[in-house]
Design a protein. Structure first.
Length: 90
């Protein structure tokens, strides 16, 4: 793998495609994996557009418990009363 250039936040390099079982594979250099927080088992989204392949780390969606753990008395708002709408009975 040969690093070509790093300008304006864009890293360009060449790599070789290798056979892996019935598929083809490329290697992600460790310094790039560290830069993008990619580890073994990380999910990447593959986009193919205009004869180009783009791999994007898939962002983990937080669980409800993780979101609720971030609620504090300081960032919690008052209940909002919107009134009735339609045929609701309260």
């Amino acid at each position: 793998m040969k690093e070509k250039e790093y300008q304006g936040g864009i890293l360009r390099m060449t790599t070789q495609v290798r056979k892996w079982g019935n598929s083809l594979a490329i290697r992600i250099p460790s310094h790039i994996a560290e830069m993008l927080s990619i580890k073994q088992g990380s999910e990447l989204e593959m986009k193919v557009e205009n004869q180009e392949i783009k791999l994007v780390p898939k962002k983990k969606k937080p669980t409800l418990d993780e979101l609720l753990a971030k609620v504090t008395p300081e960032n919690r708002h008052e209940e909002i009363q919107l009134g009735t709408e339609g045929n609701e009975l309260i």
